[in-house]
Design a protein around this ligand. Structure first.
Ligand code: PMP
Length: 394
């Protein structure tokens, strides 16, 4: 009987339960989560409109307003990875034909430019050498010349570990009638960011970096100025899933009854709620200081190793405390070092990304990893992996 015979058999690979090794995730993210966060992910599933779910969403919103340092009512989580934050920012603000000035100094500006182009914008790239941020003067020149709808900056360009200063750019953009959109995926929670004080209009991040929650959520905030612009669109955002005017009603941002926008990933919400609870239990200024201290300890330690390891970002003011790119010395095979770190020590260190592939190691000190003991541990691992590498056949 054909109805009893299946065309595809149950896979043998799924007959055994999952077993996973423990790894210290010290690359560019994701990052290890506190057991309290992982436990929260094993709590019962709830419906997307259940009162308990709504209460958790309200708590997440407050935690995010704290992390973003904003009173924006439109502060919520997108149910997606950081890329979705990028896509939602651009697709809500931009209309076809708009000009977008996008700072590029590594991988992420290019990705934003690709997305903005797909949404019909005319993209102007504001390029700086790898590892160097955009200056206020260069931004002003571009704003004056192109009169764009928005300026896009990446606070921590994780392909180089450069930190883009943000202070002054908000008022500057507003003088030229532009909105300031900031990617804070690899920095929020580890490097100082003041959404309201610095007049940032759209800021998004990822749950899996300094907030130490599982990947899969993209916290985002929209200023009243950004919302005014979005309300004035000729046509709604072309992607329903990203449209903050609809999604905002699921998150109760506009004082209207909640609507069903999508089935939320409740398990991720519960985990992020706990991660934000841990995050908020330390004062934000203390968190920032802890990241800065850990990064300095790493720089000093790399220097002390005497293995010719120098930092990719030369100017100390332009280094992000969350992630440190170290130049691969000429005699060292980066693939062997990274393989040794993970297979002998269970420590993931990142390699380069995009234009820095093969040129740097990236050491992440996000959230839980920003402490002296972990810094000393990763220094020992790096030392051993460089001195006694497992060879990797190419
Ligand atoms: N922007 C930056 C600066 C990032 O570092 C990353 C992730 N490495 C992203 C965006 C994209 O995030 P995700 O991988 O969660 O989509």
């Amino acid at each position: 009987d054909n109805r009893e015979r299946l065309d595809v058999a149950a896979p043998a690979s799924l007959r055994t339960p999952l077993r996973l090794p423990h790894k210290a995730l010290m690359g560019a993210g994701p990052v290890n989560a506190d057991p309290r966060v992982l436990l929260a992910g094993s709590l019962p599933i709830l419906g997307h409109m259940h009162p308990e779910t709504i209460a958790v969403m309200d708590e997440i919103k407050e935690g995010l307003q704290y992390a973003f340092q904003t009173k924006n009512p439109v502060t919520l989580c997108l149910s997606c990875a950081g890329h979705g934050g990028m896509e939602a920012s651009l697709s809500n603000v931009l209309e076809p034909g708009d000009v977008a000035v996008i700072a590029v100094s590594g991988l992420w500006g290019h990705r934003a430019a690709d997305m903005a182009t797909r949404h019909g914008a005319r993209v102007v790239l504001l390029e700086t050498p790898l590892g160097q941020p955009v200056s206020l003067e260069a931004a002003e020149e571009a704003l004056a010349k192109h009169r764009p709808r928005l300026l896009f900056l990446v606070q921590c360009e994780s392909s180089t570990s450069a930190l883009q200063p943000l202070e002054g750019f908000g008022p500057l953009c507003h003088r030229y009638g532009a909105l300031l959109v900031v990617d804070a995926v690899a920095s929020l929670g580890g490097a100082p960011l003041w959404t309201d004080r610095w007049e940032l209009d759209v800021v998004y991040t990822g749950s899996q970096k300094a907030l130490n929650a599982p990947p899969g959520l993209a916290p985002i905030t929209f200023s009243p100025r950004a919302m005014q612009r979005i309300e004035a669109r000729k046509k709604p955002c072309s992607v329903y899933y990203w449209d903050v005017r609809v999604l905002g009603d699921y998150w109760g941002c506009f004082g209207r009854p909640r609507i069903y926008h999508h089935t939320c990933p409740i398990t991720l919400f519960l985990a992020l709620r706990e991660a934000l609870a841990i995050f908020a239990s330390e004062s934000l200024t203390a968190t920032w200081r802890r990241h800065a201290d850990a990064a300095q300890r790493l720089y000093d330690g790399l220097d002390r190793l005497g293995l010719g390891l120098s930092l990719f970002v030369e100017d100390p003011r332009h280094r992000t405390p969350t992630l440190t790119a170290v130049k691969v010395p000429p005699s060292v095979d980066p693939a062997s070092v990274l393989r040794t770190a993970i297979s002998r020590h269970g420590v993931e260190i990142g390699g380069g990304l995009g234009p820095t592939a093969g040129r740097i190691f990236r050491i992440g000190l996000f959230g839980v990893h920003a402490n002296p003991m972990t810094v000393d541990m990763v220094l020992r691992v790096l030392e051993d992996s460089i001195k006694n590498p497992i060879s990797v056949s190419k």
